[in-house]
Design a protein around this ligand. Structure first.
Ligand SMILES: CC(C)(COP(=O)(O)OP(=O)(O)OC[C@H]1O[C@@H](n2cnc3c(N)ncnc32)[C@H](O)[C@@H]1OP(=O)(O)O)[C@@H](O)C(=O)NCCC(=O)NCCS
Length: 135
């Protein structure tokens, strides 16, 4: 059963500006060390930072069923790519607690980017179907 879904688009030019204005401070606030290492090793880092911001925003949306989701920290949602490049979402801290409280047992993520924009979709799934009372 799906307990949350989120989608987000991020303008890559805005991320380029953020990186040139705030650089290290922005990187440390928004991204884990692994995400910084992944993106900075690519030819166009801003694209990959943008897809990761979209991933985090989409995760917020997917977890909004929990009242504390607005307090989730950016670095508590991490995108990790496997050797074939496929991303997965690792949750920690409050993000993991919110997911657990929603009954989530698995979460799915897909990323994309073009010249101008990066996007992400997140689906949060529970293998233990929660019985919602009918309205
Ligand atoms: C892997 C592939 C699906 C990526 O698609 P793309 O259009 O090049 O790139 P997109 O901008 O849409 O997506 C990039 C994101 O895809 C994700 N991705 C990369 N490899 C992936 C894989 N094997 N599975 C799932 N997601 C993958 C990554 O998260 C990446 O973003 P990131 O580097 O910031 O983490 C594509 O390169 C591919 O191999 N397609 C196979 C089919 C094919 O050859 N089609 C062409 C003929 S129709």
């Amino acid at each position: 059963m799906i307990v949350g879904i989120g989608i987000d688009l991020v303008d890559i030019a805005r991320v380029k500006r953020l990186l040139s204005d705030k650089n290290d401070r922005a990187l440390r606030r928004l991204f884990t060390d692994g995400e910084v290492a992944y993106a900075t090793a690519r030819a166009e880092p801003a694209r990959h930072f943008a897809s990761r911001i979209a991933a985090k925003e989409a995760t917020f949306k997917a977890l909004t069923g929990h009242p504390l989701s607005r307090s989730i920290g950016w670095r508590e949602m991490e995108v990790i790519c496997n050797e074939s490049g496929a991303p997965r979402l690792a949750l920690s801290g409050l993000a993991a607690s919110c997911a657990e409280a929603l009954g989530a047992t698995r979460w799915w993520i897909s990323l994309t980017h073009s010249e101008g924009v990066a996007g992400a979709v997140v689906v949060v799934e529970s293998s233990t179907a929660i019985q919602q009372p009918l309205p």
